[in-house]
Ligand binder design. Sequence first.
Ligand code: SF4
Length: 280
Amino acid sequence: MTCAENIIPYSPCLGDCTRCPAKHRAVIYGPVQSRRRGRSLGINLYPLKKVCSFDCIYCLRGRTIVKILRPEESPIQVTVDQVTRYLEDALKRVETDTVDLSGNGEPTLYPELEELCREIRKICNEYGIKSLGAFTNSSTLNIDSVIRALRWVDHIEAKLDTAVEEKFLFINRPHTELRLRSVIEGLVRARKELSCELAIQVLLLKYVDSSGNVLLNYSEEDARNMRNILQRVEPDIVNIYTVYRPVLTSFKIERPPREDVELFVKTLRDGGLKVRTFMD
Ligand code: SF4
């Protein structure tokens, strides 16, 4: 069941997400100038309320409203037919290099992802789009239907903010049944079973609570742990970044010092990983 009157089929990018009149309600948005993907038209599968398996302390979309683990638990807020129609309409109006599944939550929780990706692939081919991508928090990559769906994409941007379970629980605040081990196994599986480009995105941050307690995910030990895990995953590229827009949560998040980031990156590169940084 969808509520069509609250959905905005397409919203162009006005350059400042915090002032966007669409407020996450557009199904197709952009193109935005993405630092990683070039000029990118986004597809948002949750225009009514945010659906995610995480509730990250730095999320730019605010709190997770529907926290679920599996696609069959997800409400359908917009149908495959609506998404494809809206996408075609937008592509007739604007030019873009890439099309990306992203938006208000975790796109791979969409229950009809396989059919959706297949149909979007056809449209992208028809309009000469260079790359179809999917942004994911990596929590669903152990699910057969998700892996089948992602065979239609060219690029996956998969989140992994820490290789330490306690930090994962604090930073990403996952569904209670989710453990870091299964996220990592999903990434290893995706690498083995998918031929698309796999980028791992790591967001480095420091959190200080009201009593002065500090949590960060970029110490030398964090870097070594991350290197060891990513050597198993074997991604094509690791993208390191930090918060660059105001977070929509109540947490006070700080950016890491540049020298700490450089040390973190060096540890990964010394382990044979290809790394890019997006810190400005
Ligand atoms: S995984 Fe993405 S959408 Fe979900 S809470 Fe984290 S940052 Fe927000």
